[in-house]
Design a protein around this ligand. Structure first.
Ligand code: ADP
Ligand code: 5GP
Length: 212
């Protein structure tokens, strides 16, 4: 017998360069029930990013039109660009019994929890320290110096919000961090949450019996 699956949403946050995408790529490869909630952004694609996979890359005009039309669960300005989570992305996955996964900044994460409550499993990915974070941002070779400086400047404020998250993962050793993320998801799925126990059909005939 398997327990009825809990309908979860997985929120992964942390400063840019902490390793969120690296961890999530691994998790997606292992668990086909997960689906990434592709956000809209007005920032330009980085080399290798694909429209509709990492983001929907939109113009500011298009973003504002969608915001006006109420298409976003939440939206925020992050590192000088607009980002927003689409209702249609989340609903499509929940309706299909999948687990939507979100990579959002702190403000977005708060709004997600406001809307979906306890079902949101929130995880904060911490880099082992500032030098490592800077090294990873540079090593990624996707951002120019000004962008790296902006992201490092924002990291301290973002890390201050870590206590708002249900779990922390320190991403020093990648294997351990991956296993931590996988363990968190599994444990959350197994929570009973005071649900009614499963009903076994063949028990109807034995009702009233004594176990002694
Ligand atoms: P984020 O999605 O949080 O911005 P990334 O996943 O892009 O961060 O990781 C930033 C860089 O750090 C990437 O080049 C990635 O390969 C590297 N990285 C991630 N986790 C580790 C780790 N545990 N050890 C060493 N390098 C890592
Ligand atoms: P990046 O430009 O590195 O992909 O993302 C920059 C920041 O924007 C990250 O902190 C990421 O978590 C956040 N972000 C990405 N998509 C969204 C979104 O839809 N909403 C919010 N609030 N933040 C987002």
């Amino acid at each position: 017998m398997t327990a009825p699956p809990r309908s979860l949403l997985l929120l992964v946050a942390g400063p840019s360069g902490a390793g969120k995408s690296t961890l999530l790529r691994w998790l997606f490869d292992r668990d086909p029930r997960l689906g990434f909630s592709v956000s809209c952004t007005t920032r330009r694609p980085r080399p290798g990013e694909v429209e509709g996979r990492e983001y929907y890359f939109v113009t500011e005009e298009d973003f504002l039109r969608r915001r006006e039309a109420g298409e976003f669960v939440e939206w925020a300005e992050v590192h000088d660009h607009l980002y927003g989570t689409l209702f249609c992305e989340v609903d499509r996955m929940l309706d299909a019994g999948r687990i939507p996964v979100f990579d959002l900044d702190v403000q977005g994460g708060r709004k997600l929890v406001e809307r979906y409550g306890e079902r949101v499993v929130s995880v904060f990915v911490l880099p082992p320290g500032p030098e490592v974070l800077e090294g990873r941002l540079r090593g990624r070779k996707t951002d120019d110096e000004a962008t790296i400086a902006l992201r490092l400047g924002n990291a301290r404020r973002e890390i201050e919000s870590a206590p708002e998250y249900r779990y922390w993962i320190v991403n020093d050793d990648l294997d351990r961090a991956r296993n931590d993320l996988s363990a968190i998801l599994r444990a959350e799925e197994l929570r009973s949450e005071g649900q009614a126990p499963p009903q076994w059909p063949d028990w109807a005939s034995s009702e009233g019996g004594d176990s002694a």
